[in-house]
Design a binder for this molecule. Structure first.
Ligand SMILES: Cc1ncc(COP(=O)(O)O)c(C=O)c1O
Length: 392
């Protein structure tokens, strides 16, 4: 059986039995609202975890295992993206959102709001409040379905709040954009001119489609490296977010000094098996991911052609990376939060676009990393649900 055939054969029943959040939160709906894949993980990761199990590697994290993780992360960034980073500047943390909290607290000017381009990944709008900060939404510009930064608006927000942190998600959740070097440079010039800071969330970096190239933000210029902190993890691409391990890459000396003072509090975050899984994925996981990416591309094509034929008023933004689709339902008369109605009427659980910011009114996110027959069913149920709706 090919990998694609194995994926096709996974059933909703099997997924519900696994008991994940995605498949238990709405027991009567197809779960398409959590950024996880339904495909398990790569055999190399699976083997590394089984070996860890056989060796009883259930202890606290150790320096040798952490060193291996930092080495594997740096090797991967160099091999895939040509970004040279010193392994000593790669630090394990529990997850990317913990990284965001730490970066807001310790690397942005005290009391400043967090600047979030929107639509944005939902927690970017909730994490600031959890650490006592406000946030400012800066809507992206949408030119013919292509989302771009509104640099003037980011400039104005930074001018008002010197030293504030801008969240840069690339590849971009939820729009699926993979930003070009030119876009990143233009963005970095605005931030640099205003003395801002950047949290570069590159968790989706390994998941980029043909014709696009991930460029690490801190690699575009010395200024970008100096004003940013980058968060990465193998957890999205190789599908083990529950194992709790991401990496923070620190690219300036002053930040490295701050990190050495605060890291003690963070050492209890990442798990030993999470580190082992990340290391195996970075070192040996590419062949599996290549096949997965091809399968995802097929899923995306199915979504696009199905929508064109059966839901002509739906606009499907073509993702350049990630397995997150951004669907514009405003062509149908479904109101600001179509996700609610579509869960009730279609039995498909999507993310409400409004939880990605005001710019998401009338939109939903869809996680299309699911077996193709399940995706086909979900699309048919969605088409049935909107078939009687008035078009706007
Ligand atoms: C852009 C982005 N950042 C962060 C996360 C969460 O990562 P973690 O579980 O490592 O906090 C996700 C999860 O979907 C994501 O899409």
């Amino acid at each position: 059986m090919t990998l694609a055939e194995q994926f096709d054969a996974i059933t909703v029943e099997t997924l519900r039995e696994r008991g994940s959040y995605k498949w238990t939160a709405y027991p009567n709906s197809i779960g398409m609202f959590v950024a996880e894949m339904d495909f398990g993980t790569a055999p190399v990761v699976d083997r590394a975890l089984r070996t860890a199990l056989d060796n009883n590697q259930f202890g606290y994290i150790s320096a040798p295992i952490a060193r291996e993780l930092s080495r594997a992360t740096a090797d991967y960034q160099q091999r895939r993206f040509g970004w040279s980073i010193a392994p000593q500047r790669v630090h394990p943390i529990a997850d990317v959102l913990r990284g965001l909290e730490v970066v807001i607290e310790h690397f942005s000017a005290p009391g400043t709001p967090v600047i979030v381009p929107t639509p944005g990944y939902m927690p970017f709008l909730t994490v600031p409040g959890q650490v006592g900060r406000a946030f400012i939404e800066v809507p992206l510009l949408n030119t013919g379905g292509r989302y771009e930064f509104d640099l003037d608006a980011i400039d104005a927000a930074l001018a008002q709040h010197p030293g504030a942190l801008v969240v840069l998600c690339n590849p971009y959740n939820p729009t699926g954009r993979v930003l070009t070097t030119q876009e990143l440079l233009a963005f970095s010039e605005v931030v640099e001119r205003r003395g801002g800071r950047v949290f570069a969330d590159e968790i989706h970096a390994p998941l980029v489609y043909e014709g696009h190239l991930h460029v690490p933000y801190a690699s575009v210029s010395e200024a970008a490296a100096a004003h940013s902190v980058t968060a990465v993890s193998a957890s999205k691409a190789w599908n083990f977010p529950g194992l709790k391990c991401a990496q923070l890459v620190i690219t300036n000396d002053a930040d490295a000094q701050i990190w050495s003072e605060v890291k003690g509090r963070l050492n209890h975050g990442p798990s030993t098996i999470g580190m082992i899984a990340n290391t195996a994925a970075y070192d040996h996981g590419q062949p599996w991911l290549d096949e997965v990416t091809e399968y995802l591309q097929g899923n995306w094509q199915l979504m696009q052609s199905f929508a064109a034929e059966h839901m002509p008023a739906l606009r499907v933004t073509q993702p350049e990376g990630t397995y997150i689709g951004w669907l514009d339902w405003r062509g149908y008369d479904l109101g600001d939060t179509p996700a609610t109605l579509l869960r009730e009427k279609a039995g498909v659980a999507l993310t409400a676009g409004t939880s990605c910011g005001q710019a998401g009114a009338g939109f939903t996110r869809i996680i299309f990393a699911t077996p193709r027959p399940i995706l086909q069913n979900a699309l048919e149920q969605l088409a049935d649900a909107v078939s009687g709706c008035r078009t706007a």
